[in-house]
Design a protein around this ligand. Structure first.
Ligand code: NAD
Ligand code: DAU
Length: 337
């Protein structure tokens, strides 16, 4: 299996590449990434000299270059992780989200259509469905009702992927997953932010009342689901992927505080995120039934592994937090960090 993975230097993409090379015999991966602030080749140090992994610095919006690469390499499948992925950033600056997530995906669809590449797997998100009240969960037929500029851009991309299947008969597949956590996650997202701030004795900023609910999935379980969709999924289908670990944010933060041996007084309730979705919950019965997939890593085990990784890899996140990321958060939250 020869895969063209876009965004493979980011959090989930790099975990996916490492997982594929570890578990799929005969796999080869071409990793196309523009190396934005979120892309980091250190994530792939373990396969730096592995001939099965080839890194190409490229922007998915560069249709001609992507088409040339696809014609030359003839991948069996494209797995599109490349995106702007952080909701707070999309509120501050939505343009790049439209550019990369919508137009970048369109450019990739066109390039791969012209090159006649096989499967096109779009890695999407549960956020395209909007928000839930206290009960129920999102199924693949729930209405698309994105609430943040990030979610709107991912929904726009999904609609183009759907249209390319319908219009051009391309074998497109979409996964919509809940909140991931694990090694190599950029420390702007809730779990790595709280872990690293707790380790540094910094404040732990919880938005609003802290009762917003997310469904947490360990990143390797998401990677296994994507592989299952590649191997057993059907053209034109959408698969919801969830971890069955719904938790209010404040509970996640308290779990981290306890596991890290930090002080609860570090927790600070801060101004809420504008338009903050109250609750996400994913019904992944279709993936379980049709792909034989299910999550394997429970939340306390996953948090334990994640904390251990951030403890063992201080240099990785300290370098990130010392530069651009820190400037961004200082602008947003003043001197709280
Ligand atoms: P990330 O921000 O860690 O990584 C994104 C990667 O895409 C980076 O390596 C970046 O350099 C690359 N990239 C950005 N713009 C690019 C461009 N124009 N051309 C080429 N590469 C570009 O994101 P992540 O958390 O790993 O998410 C990966 C994908 O999974 C995204 O599409 C996201 O919407 C989706 N997703 C994420 C989660 C989650 O909880 N993190 C959940 C569901 C779905
Ligand atoms: O649901 C899948 C989505 O999960 C992905 O599509 C996105 O790419 C990913 O970023 C994530 O989006 P969220 O907005 O849910 O993740 P984030 O880590 O930013 O926030 C998780 C929750 O924690 C959310 O309710 C906001 C809250 N939060 C976040 C931060 C960064 C805080 O309370 N304090 C914080 O400092």
């Amino acid at each position: 299996m020869k895969l063209l993975v876009t965004g493979g230097a980011g959090f989930i993409g790099s975990n996916f590449i490492l997982h594929v090379l570890e578990t799929v015999s005969g796999a080869r991966v071409i990793n196309l990434d523009a190396l934005t602030y979120a892309g980091n080749l250190e994530n792939l140090a373990a396969v730096e000299n592995d001939s099965r992994h080839q890194f190409v610095k490229m922007d998915i919006r560069d249709r001609e270059a992507v088409a040339r690469l696809c014609v030359a390499e003839k991948p069996d499948a494209v797995v599109n992780f490349a995106a702007e992925s952080h909701v707070d950033r999309s509120i501050d600056g939505p343009e790049v989200f439209a550019q990369t997530n919508v137009l970048g995906t369109l450019s990739l669809l066109e390039a791969t259509r012209k090159a006649g590449t096989g499967v096109f797997l779009q890695v999407s998100t549960d956020e395209v469905y909007g928000t839930l009240g206290a009960g129920g969960s999102f199924s693949e037929t729930s209405p698309i009702q994105p609430n943040s500029p990030y979610a709107a851009s991912k929904a726009g991309a999904d609609q183009f992927v759907r249209a390319y299947h319908h219009t051009h008969g391309m074998d497109t597949r979409i996964t919509r997953c809940s909140n991931n956590y694990g090694p190599y996650q950029f420390p702007e997202k809730l779990i790595p932010l709280m872990i690293t701030n707790a380790m540094e004795g910094r404040g732990l900023p919880v938005y609003g009342d802290g009762l917003h609910v997310r469904d947490w999935i360990y990143v390797t379980d998401h990677c296994r689901a994507i592989l299952a969709v590649l191997e057993k999924g059907a053209a034109g289908e959408v698969y919801n992927i969830g971890g069955v670990h719904e938790l209010p944010n404040i509970e996640v933060v308290r779990t981290i505080v306890r596991a890290a041996g930090a002080d609860e007084s570090l927790i600070e309730f801060v101004k809420d995120r504008p338009g903050h979705d109250r609750r996400y919950a994913i019904d992944s019965s279709k993936a379980r039934r049709e792909l034989g997939w299910e999550p394997r890593v429970g939340f306390s085990e996953g948090i334990g592994r994640t904390l251990a990784w951030y403890q063992a890899n201080r240099r990785w996140w300290e370098r990130i937090k010392s530069s651009e990321y820190r400037d961004y958060y200082e602008k947003m939250y003043g001197n709280r960090l």
